[in-house]
Write a protein that binds this ligand. Structure first.
Ligand SMILES: [Zn+2]
Length: 427
C-alpha cells in the first residue's frame, strides 16, 4: 500500500487540540506524521488539500443497514458506500435486521460483508434481547467475542426495567454500553408525530415528550444503580436534556446522541402530511430544537449520530399514520450540521468534528477519532464552505427517504480515506 501525503490542509484534530495548516502523512494504514512541510516519500500519492479541512473521519454510532433481510432497501455495501460519501469512515450497525443480530453468526456476517465492501468500517451492535423481544437477554460475551461494540434493542425500547438493569450489569462486565431507544410504549402507542399544536391541527394522534423523558429518567436511575454505561439514543426533547444534565452533574456513566433532523427541523415539517418528516422519536417543538443545539454546544449531548433508516419509496407514500418512521442521513449529516450549527455560531468547526468523530470513538471505545501518530489512517477531507443543494437521486444509499431534498446546505466531504486507501472522491 502506497503512503499518502495530504498536503497543506487545515488540520483539525480535536483529540490533540490541533487546528493549523499542516501536512498529514499516512503510511501502512496509520497516521505516520502531522507537521509543517513534511518530506514526501518517493512512492507517495500526494493529495493537495489546500483550502480544505483535513480531519479524522466521522463515526456514526447509529446506522440502520437493512442486511440481512431487506437488501432491497440497503445492503451493508451500499450503506458503507453512502457512509464514505458523507465523510464517515466508520458506522455502527443497529441489530434490528431479519434475522436480528442477536448471536455470533449474524455479528460475524455483518463483519465479513463489511470487509468485502471495503468502504467504511462497520461495527455491529448486538441485540439486548433475543429477537429484540424484550424477554430473554442475548449472550453478550458471544456478541462481543464476534465483534459487537455495544448492545441495543433500538427500534424498540427495553421496556422491562429488570431486563435493562441486568443488561447494564452484564454490559459493564464486557466494557460495552447499552444504547437505549427511550420510549414508554403505553404513552407512545398509536402516535404518529409529536403531541402538540400541529398534531391537533392535522388530526393525528401524538406522542408526548414524556414518553421519551420517562425512559431517560429510568435509564439514568438504573445506570446509577448498576454503575453500567447507558447511551441514550436520538434525544429529542428539552426535558431529556435537563435529565441528562443532572445525571452528568452527578458523574453518572450516561452518554447521549442527537440526530441532525432533531436540531434542524420541528413538527411543523409534518404539515401537509409529509411522511418524510415522520420519525421516531418525532420532530418536536422549536424550544426542543433549541435545547438540543445548546446541549450539543455545552456537551450535555455528547455526539451527533444519524439514525440512518432506509425505507422504500412506496412505504413512505402511504397515509401518514401508516408510513414507516425514519429517514436516511449519512450523506446529509455533515452538511446539515455545518449549516445549522457552525454557520450559525453554535459550534466551531473543531467542535463539530469532535461531536462527529472524536467523541463517538470514545463513547463506544472504537479506533479512530484522532490524527495522532499511530492512529488508524481514517481521514476525511472537507470543503466546509461550498454551498450546494441536496439532491437525493445522487445518493449512494439505495434509499431516498429524506425531507431534505432541495434544501440548501453548506460544506461536504470531498475525499474519504479508510485504512490509508482513498475510498471516496467527489467527482
Ligand atoms: Zn431508535
Amino acid at each position: 500500500m502506497k503512503p499518502v501525503l495530504l498536503r497543506g490542509g487545515r488540520v483539525i484534530d480535536p483529540a490533540s487540540g490541533r487546528d493549523e495548516v499542516a501536512d498529514v502523512l499516512l503510511a501502512a494504514g496509520k497516521v505516520e506524521a502531522v507537521g509543517q512541510a513534511l518530506g514526501t516519500p518517493d512512492d507517495a500519492d500526494i493529495i493537495d488539500a489546500t483550502g480544505r479541512v483535513v480531519a479524522p473521519g466521522f463515526i456514526d454510532l447509529h446506522t440502520h443497514l437493512r442486511e440481512p433481510g431487506q437488501e432491497d432497501l440497503e445492503t451493508i455495501a451500499t450503506g458503507a458506500a453512502s457512509a464514505v460519501a458523507g465523510g464517515f469512515t466508520a458506522i455502527c450497525a443497529m441489530p434490528n435486521t431479519d434475522p436480528v443480530c442477536d448471536n455470533q453468526g449474524v455479528v460475524g456476517f455483518v463483519v465479513s460483508q463489511a470487509e468485502h465492501a471495503g468502504m467504511a468500517r462497520v461495527y455491529p451492535i448486538g441485540a439486548v434481547s433475543l429477537g429484540q423481544k424484550g424477554q430473554q437477554m442475548a449472550e453478550f460475551g458471544e456478541l462481543v467475542g464476534a465483534g459487537a461494540v455495544a448492545v441495543s434493542d433500538d427500534g424498540h425500547p427495553v421496556m422491562s426495567s429488570h431486563l435493562m438493569r441486568t443488561a447494564l450489569e452484564y454490559a459493564r462486565v464486557f466494557g460495552i454500553p447499552v444504547a437505549d431507544h427511550c420510549e414508554e410504549k403505553s404513552l407512545a402507542e398509536g402516535g404518529a408525530m409529536h403531541e402538540g399544536i400541529v398534531s391537533t391541527r392535522l388530526g393525528l394522534k401524538g406522542i408526548p415528550s414524556a414518553a421519551e423523558e420517562i425512559m431517560v429518567a429510568r435509564d439514568i436511575i438504573l445506570a446509577e444503580l448498576t454503575g453500567g454505561h447507558v447511551h441514550l439514543c436520538h434525544m429529542s426533547t428539552r426535558g431529556s436534556v435537563e435529565l441528562i444534565r443532572r445525571a452528568k452533574d452527578k458523574g453518572l456513566r450516561v452518554t447521549a446522541e442527537a440526530c441532525p433532523h432533531h436540531f434542524t427541523l420541528t413538527h411543523e415539517a409534518c404539515e401537509g402530511y409529509n411522511t418524510n418528516a415522520k420519525m421516531n422519536p418525532p420532530l418536536r417543538e422549536e424550544a426542543d430544537r433549541e435545547a438540543i443545539c445548546q446541549a450539543l454546544r455545552d456537551g450535555t449531548i455528547d455526539a451527533i449520530a444519524t439514525d440512518h433508516a432506509p425505507h422504500h419509496y412506496d412505504a413512505k407514500e402511504r397515509e401518514f399514520d401508516q408510513a414507516p418512521n425514519g429517514i436516511i442521513g449519512l450523506e446529509t449529516a455533515f452538511p446539515l450540521a455545518n449549516a445549522e450549527l457552525v454557520a450559525r455560531g453554535i459550534l466551531t468547526l473543531p467542535q463539530l468534528v469532535d461531536r462527529m468523530s472524536t467523541v463517538p470513538a470514545r463513547i463506544f471505545g472504537l479506533p479512530g477519532g484522532s490524527l495522532g501518530k499511530g492512529a488508524p489512517a481514517d481521514v476525511v477531507i472537507l470543503d466546509p464552505d461550498v454551498a450546494w443543494t441536496v439532491e437525493p437521486s445522487a445518493f449512494r444509499s439505495k434509499s431516498r427517504n429524506t425531507p431534505f431534498g432541495g434544501r440548501s446546505v453548506r460544506g461536504r466531504a470531498v475525499a474519504t480515506i479508510v485504512r490509508g486507501q482513498v475510498v471516496f472522491r467527489l467527482s
